[in-house]
Ligand binder design. Structure first.
Ligand code: GLU
Length: 423
């Protein structure tokens, strides 16, 4: 099943639960614009290569299209379309005035030189220039795209338009108009939501074991933030595999070790040695084993479709937090719900990233920049209100948190659609 079919199913389910106007449902199931481009790039060896790029604008009922660009060899239109729809839903779950979009280029950026990557990015901007803009469609980082890439994007677009339009993209470096706090915003937003859940469930961090799939920008930072609150980080992985320990380890040390040894799984002995707990032992595990580890919280911070029909019954975590987009399939969702495993869905758990992107848009438009504490003071109530709205709908409709998040978002989008006289 394609990823977009998963999205359609999720919208369908929520629509049934809330008895949504079928026309609103249909509008949300039809992306407004799909753009596919071919990007010519002069390679370092003098040859010319063509890369396929996409930009999908799912909906702009709540505000300008908003969403990241991913650079990945396996990216395709179905995936980008699903991701764009999730952005529409995500922005409305937390009530920020943005719609949904997503972009992608079929490339493994690790195989390109810095110069080639820059030329590819600038070529992509030239190809999609006519559909983006600071009040129209604002891309951002996603899988394998960095603040440096966003700087190139803003620079190329501003050059093409003949004026400073750095607000065309978010997630830029601080020197080029980025927002303080954007780098850790996704993880911080996830922590704010977890704090609410933890308080309501009387969770004690020191007794709470956490395993993280995807020890990169979002997952690695979330591990650090949780360890600082006293949570026990007992497992982590990257695309090469992972480690699991009997006792909590220091995620700062693991991030450091990952840089030195190129992958998390080579760090199991180091984490064992560095443990302050008597008798802690660590072992190397595969990604599959990591997902099936006994723990209290499993954080999914890698890619889509990680928990599926084939392994959902083997998950031993009591709760899942989705920091990645779409890591749980609809079939797995049903299996987890039957087993009473709570899933804090992506469209709420990782909304901190796009929320601080919105802050970046506001700062760019205003020319005034906020301190980091100001950014997080503004992020906190948005995440908490998002959680409260979702929880209230989960209680009202006796449904899962994902279904409730869709219900929350669809009701808000329906309001916008009616205000605009579309229906
Ligand atoms: N790529 C991130 C997401 O999936 C951030 C998008 C943004 O900041 O626009 O939410």
């Amino acid at each position: 099943m394609s990823l977009f079919e998963n999205t359609l199913k999720q919208i369908e389910k929520a629509a049934t639960i809330m008895n949504l106007d079928p026309n609103v449902k249909a509008l949300m199931q039809h992306p407004q614009r799909i753009v596919e481009v071919s990007i010519p790039v002069k390679m370092d060896d003098g040859s010319l290569r063509f890369f396929k790029g996409f930009r999908v604008q799912h909906s702009n009922y709540a505000g300008p299209y908003k969403g990241g660009i991913r650079y990945h060899q396996d990216v395709d239109m179905g995936e980008v379309t699903a991701l764009s729809a999730w952005m529409s839903i995500k922005c409305s779950v937390v009530g920020i005035p943005l719609g949904g979009g997503k972009g992608g280029i079929v490339v493994n950026p690790k195989e390109l030189s810095v110069g080639e990557l820059e030329r590819l990015t600038r070529g992509y901007v030239r190809a999609i220039q006519y559909v983006v803009g600071p009040t129209k469609d604002v891309p951002a980082p996603d899988v394998n795209t960095t603040p440096q890439i966003m700087d190139w994007f803003a620079d190329e677009y501003s050059k093409l338009e003949g004026k400073d339009l750095k607000g065309v993209v978010t997630g830029k470096t601080l020197e080029h108009g980025g927002s303080k706090g954007r780098g850790i915003a996704t993880a911080q937003g996830g922590v704010y939501v977890l704090n609410e859940v933890a308080t309501s469930q009387g969770m004690v961090p020191a007794n709470t074991k956490v395993v993280i799939q995807g020890f990169g920008n979002a997952g690695g930072v979330m591990a650090q933030l949780l360890a600082a609150k006293g949570y026990q980080i007992v497992g982590a992985s990257d695309s090469q595999g992972g480690i699991v320990c009997t006792h909590g380890f220091n995620p700062d040390a693991l991030l450091q070790c990952k840089v030195e040894k190129s992958t998390v799984k080579n760090c199991h002995l180091d984490m064992e040695k560095l443990s302050t707990m008597e008798g802690s032992s660590c072992k190397m595990v595969t990604n599959e084993e990591l997902l099936e580890t006994e723990c209290d919280i499993l954080i999914l911070a890698a890619l889509e479709n990680q928990v599926h029909e084939g392994n959902a019954d083997k998950i031993k975590a009591k709760m899942i937090i989705e920091l990645a987009n779409g890591p749980t399939t609809p079939e797995a969702d049903e299996m987890l719900a039957k087993r009473g495993i709570m899933v804090i869905p992506d469209i709420l758990a990782n909304a901190g990233g796009v929320t601080v992107s919105w802050f970046e848009m506001l700062q760019n438009a205003d020319g005034k920049y906020w301190e980091e504490n100001e950014v997080f003071e503004k992020l906190l109530p948005i995440m908490v209100d998002g959680w409260k709205a979702v929880k209230a709908n989960a209680d009202k409709y006796s449904c899962t948190l994902r279904e409730a998040a869709y219900v929350t978002a669809l009701a808000r989008i329906e309001g916008k659609i009616r205000e605009q006289g579309i229906l």
